[in-house]
Design a protein around this ligand. Structure first.
Ligand SMILES: [Zn+2]
Length: 101
């Protein structure tokens, strides 16, 4: 199948829809997350499902996965989580962020 980014016909890898590090704040002590659903027929009567991993789809080839990770996701993680260029809660609907590449 064709990679969604480079459009080349290559083996596709399971790509996280949302980068894995983004789930860290919502994981419990056993590293699980709760998947909520508005569909009453889903989940076999349970109000939520416990997940170990985020949503993934076969979207990108290995080269494109590496490119997105090294060029964008790691930079975003560093700016957002590690350097905390944004507050945890936004005080206003608008905020000016400086110091980004
Ligand atoms: Zn690709």
């Amino acid at each position: 199948m064709a990679c969604k980014l480079c459009k080349l016909d290559r083996e596709l890898k399971e790509s996280h829809i949302i980068p894995k590090f983004m789930y860290k704040p919502i994981r419990d002590e056993k590293n699980r997350m709760r998947q909520l659903s508005l569909d009453k027929n889903q989940g076999n009567g349970k109000k939520y499902n416990l997940l170990q991993d985020g949503l993934k789809e076969y979207l990108l080839c290995l080269d494109c996965e590496k490119l997105l990770n090294s060029k964008y996701e790691q930079y975003f993680k560093k700016a957002w989580f590690d350097e905390k260029k944004l507050p945890d809660l936004l005080p206003n609907p608008e905020i000016k962020v400086t110091g980004l590449n």
